[in-house]
Design a protein around this ligand. Structure first.
Ligand SMILES: *[C@@H]1O[C@H](CO)[C@@H](O)[C@H](O)[C@H]1NC(C)=O
Ligand SMILES: *[C@@H]1O[C@H](CO)[C@@H](O)[C@H](O)[C@H]1NC(C)=O
Length: 321
């Protein structure tokens, strides 16, 4: 009973801070209790399907200038209904962000990667679909709105921009994590779109509890586990969307001041790929199913004709002079 009361208090606190439209920091850190958040599953049909809630995980104080730029650009988009920054670094104070009625900053009590899929309490969840994004990813508005429009046809799928694959290593009889040239079964949380209730399923399903412990033990693989959840729910693979997404954490970035951002990323660790293969094998063992399915191709926004014609002795696109 006391837990329910603390949730209600928390609910009221958030409602007040959103309605005044000035405060951006929501102090959940002392009251945040996953078991309480799990009591309320979102009613998806009451939430608009043409809006997105953006959920950004942030950890590095060194990226706060970029975070300010990102929140500014997300908040300017009319189809973004709210932006929730999960500050997952309890040993460092959260950055100061310019206030905006759409923006909410949630300092988390621990850096557990499972909290990246925190089941959002209803005042913060204003849409049927969520965009999960890293704090070093900047999608073009067009790519995001294309992805959102695709969800009306594939509402159960994960949509993403960064594909990976699982594959069976026949020699060791275990799963490996890899990148195939022509098929994929996993999309990364760098930028992914999903149904809001998958947050709830990821965090609250009892059967996932040993798998969530694997995520905490490896400090990795939360995105792979979410791909398992979506594939178990949908029976299908993810959908890859083509589009322009700036990835500041990509080590191939050469710009000044961006090397620090590239360096602090978790995925630069050498044993990263091997460790993620082990996660797939462990999830399969713990859940007793291998739900991951391959998908092929990707959806692109441009619909220009691609016919090739001979003009002036050269092969060029027919539309091109
Ligand atoms: C969270 O809530 C659950 C049940 O509502 C309770 O058992 C647990 O002790 C709470 N945890 C904290 C840290 O308050
Ligand atoms: C969910 O929301 C819809 C639309 O607002 C409503 O008709 C329905 O009764 C709600 N379902 C539940 C279980 O509350």
């Amino acid at each position: 009973m006391t837990h329910r009361c603390s949730f209600l208090l928390l609910f009221l606190f958030i409602s007040t801070s959103t309605s005044t439209s000035t405060s951006t920091a929501v102090d959940l850190s002392t009251t945040l209790n996953i078991s309480d958040l799990c009591l309320y599953s979102p009613n998806l049909s009451s939430l608009p399907s043409d809006r997105l809630t953006v959920l950004i995980s942030a950890y590095h104080p060194s990226r706060s200038a970029l975070l300010r730029r990102l929140t500014l650009s997300y908040s300017s988009l009319p189809f973004i209904s709210s932006i929730v920054i999960l500050w997952s670094n309890p040993s460092s104070p959260p950055p100061t962000l310019p206030p905006h009625p759409k923006l909410h900053l949630l300092p988390l009590p621990s850096s557990s990667l499972n909290l990246r899929f925190l089941p959002l309490p209803s005042p913060l969840l204003l849409s049927r679909f969520i965009a999960i994004a890293d704090d070093d990813i900047s999608p073009s508005p067009h790519s995001l709105s294309l992805a959102l429009s695709l969800l009306s046809r594939r509402p159960l799928s994960l949509l993403g921009f960064f594909p990976r694959s699982h594959a069976l290593d026949l020699h060791s009889k275990s799963w490996i994590y890899t990148l195939h040239p022509d098929r994929y079964s996993i999309v990364l949380t760098k930028l992914m779109l999903l149904r809001a209730d998958y947050l709830h399923k990821y965090s609250c399903w009892n059967k996932l509890s040993p798998a969530r412990a694997v995520v905490d033990r490896h400090r990795n693989c939360e995105d792979i586990l979410m791909n398992f959840v979506a594939a178990m729910e949908s029976g299908e693979g993810p959908l890859l969307v083509g589009g322009r997404v700036r990835d500041y954490g990509d080590p191939r970035n050469r710009g000044k001041g961006e090397t620090e951002i590239g360096r602090v990323g978790l995925s630069s660790r050498k044993e990263h790929w091997e460790s993620r293969g082990n996660c797939i094998t462990e999830f399969h063992r713990l859940l007793g199913v291998m739900p991951l399915r391959y998908s092929y191709g990707k959806v692109v926004g441009e619909i220009g004709e691609q016919g090739v014609c001979r003009k002036a002795g050269r092969l060029v696109l027919c539309d091109q002079d």
